[in-house]
Write a protein that binds this ligand. Structure first.
Ligand code: GLC
Ligand code: CA
Length: 561
């Protein structure tokens, strides 16, 4: 059992050394869009360092930074040229060391992103592979196959990439390579010992530089077993994902993470890791096992509507899963891949999952009348307090503490995401949640940079800027600060008790739970105000209405145990 409570907020080390991650509040930085220190319009590592006081005041336990490695930025840095260096556009290794030192001095841990499924096409291995002959060791690090047709002029299969378009690309000599994502992201062959060893080296490289943990990109995709007769895309889609699927969530992927775990455990404290594994919920536990990565993202809340019954089911189920894996559970409402939750919650319910719904709304033009941004923000604030009161760790995405909406209107010529460019007219991509943060009310790029930002910012960013919210006690930023500070004091054993049932008198549109130390969180998902349970009010996501909890609002109370 871990107790992260701490009476002195200024103590740098806020949690039990080895298990700090179990109930951490982790803030995701998308570095190109966080803060630019040199005016070139691209956020950088020195920019992060200048904002460490901001992160400290916000009260997060750790930062997860998305890729900052050398990259052509075809996929926002997830196309990595060299896994053990810093992109010159974002700084140097010594900027990295300074950033780590500043974060650690402020008591904030650092998680870096590891992208093991693919390299970029500019990686030295891939450059060697394309000039090497068929069957060479250099090609053996990737997944090359002969094309079909007389001269191999047809792809080995009709597979489609996750970003749309074909998943096989020709290299001109009759061979083709596999890329789940963009053409510039060739998939590695994880049966290759050299590939495996190189990533062990990468993990040590960053752990030696003081990194506390790793976020593993596409963790469920590394192990692949291609049958000699390749199935079609339709056949692939129809195959169960039961551990034996040729491409996704194979059981043998866990042998890779068992090796990584040995590396992590050779450090004191052991390094932590969290899997980005879009797998069926019940299959998450193996990624989260202490013999593997140790933790796995749970995207269930992110895929749910703002709805009491759905939230309750998800929480109960994931706490059970966590007990099964021995890990703590994770909560995510937003990240750099999905429509921001303040926007998702402001859209009328449609058939289909909210993430998809958000993307459809973007595609339809992102019109205001359809989006109720006031309701969206109100619900987002309520959902955030709900999330932060739960046992386990919460992953927050930069800008959600400002209540940012998705930026819907970005001219096609300025869009960067390959998911947009590979799906003309069918997907607007993810740029709308990656627009550089507004730090000030005025000025070029609202204080993000001394020049223009790499993605255009809307005028409404002014009133949501850090400067505008800093002084406003009712702002979303102030709410996050108060919530994170209280969470430090209150976070306790990883369990909760629902205060539901007929005796409680709560309608089924209300969710209330109590942590073992008497910390109560109550959310009104409905419209009519409801009576609060007995206790001292600590915080609420919106003002009370005559002592009652209004709709789309969460309150925290302290009650006697
Ligand atoms: C993960 C990342 C996403 C990236 C993809 C390919 O899903 O979160 O941003 O595009 O992997 O690396
Ligand atoms: Ca810069």
């Amino acid at each position: 059992m871990t107790n992260l409570s701490n009476t002195d907020p200024d103590i740098a080390d806020r949690s039990d050394g080895d298990v700090w991650w179990r109930q951490a509040a982790v803030y995701q930085i998308y570095p190109r869009s966080f803060a630019d220190s040199n005016g070139d319009g691209i956020g950088d590592l020195a920019g992060v360092t200048t904002k460490v006081p901001y992160l400290h005041d916000l009260g997060v336990d750790a930062v997860w930074i998305s890729p900052f490695y050398p990259s052509a930025l075809v996929d926002g840095g997830y196309d990595v040229d060299d896994h053990r260096n810093v992109d010159a556009k974002l700084g140097t290794l010594s900027d990295f060391d300074e950033m780590v030192a500043a974060l650690h001095a402020a008591g904030i841990r650092l998680i870096v992103d590891i992208v093991p499924n693919h390299t970029s096409n500019r990686h030295e291995w891939f450059r060697e592979a394309i000039v090497s002959p068929k069957g060479s060791a250099a090609r053996g690090r990737y997944i090359f196959l002969d094309g079909l047709g007389e001269n191999g002029q047809l792809p080995p299969a009709d597979w489609t990439s996750v970003f749309g378009g074909p998943a096989w690309a020709a290299v001109g000599d009759g061979q083709w390579y596999l890329h789940y994502f963009a053409t510039e992201q060739p998939d590695l062959n994880w049966k290759n010992r050299e590939v495996r060893n190189d990533f062990l080296r990468t993990l040590r490289f960053w752990a030696d530089r003081g990194v506390d943990g790793f976020r593993i990109d596409v963790a469920h995709g590394l192990a692949k077993e291609l049958p000699s007769e390749l199935p079609s895309q339709v056949e692939l889609d129809a195959m169960p994902r039961d551990g034996l699927h040729p491409l996704w969530d194979r059981d043998d992927v866990h042998a890779i993470y068992a090796e990584w775990r040995e590396v992590f455990n050779a450090y004191d404290p052991p390094r932590t890791a969290v899997a980005e594994a879009w797998v069926e919920s019940s299959r998450r536990a193996r990624y989260a096992s202490a013999k593997g990565l140790g933790q796995a993202f749970n995207f269930d809340l992110l895929e749910a509507d703002f709805e009491a019954e759905a939230f309750r089911r998800i929480v109960t189920f994931n706490l059970e899963l966590a007990a099964e894996s021995g890990s703590s559970t994770t909560w995510v409402l937003s990240n750099h891949d999905v429509v921001r939750h303040a926007t998702r919650y402001g859209l009328p319910p449609l058939e289909g999952r909210p993430v998809k719904q958000g993307r459809e709304w973007l595609l339809a033009g992102g019109e205001e009348p359809i989006l109720d941004s006031e309701l969206g923000l109100r619900r987002a604030r309520a959902a955030t307090l709900f999330e932060l009161a739960l046992p386990g760790s919460s992953y927050l995405y930069q800008g959600e503490e400002l209540g940012l909406n998705e930026v819907a209107r970005i001219p096609a010529s300025r869009r960067q995401d390959p998911a947009f460019h590979r799906n003309p007219g069918a997907d607007m991509g993810r740029d709308g949640c990656r627009v550089p943060l507004p730090w000030t009310e005025t000025g070029p790029s609202f204080g993000f940079s001394s020049g223009a930002a790499h993605l255009p910012q809307p005028t409404w960013f002014s009133q949501l800027s850090v400067e505008a919210q800093d002084v406003d006690a009712e702002s979303t930023l102030s709410l996050y600060r108060r919530a994170l500070a209280l969470r430090h004091e209150l976070q306790s054993e990883e369990s909760l008790e629902w205060l539901q049932g007929s005796a409680s008198g709560f309608a089924d549109t209300v969710l209330a739970f109590r942590r073992p130390n008497g910390w109560v969180s109550i959310t009104n998902f409905g419209v009519s105000p409801v009576i609060l349970p007995e206790g001292d009010l600590l915080l609420s996501s919106a003002p009370l209405d005559d002592g009652l909890l209004p709709g789309s609002t969460t309150a925290w109370l302290s009650t006697s145990t």
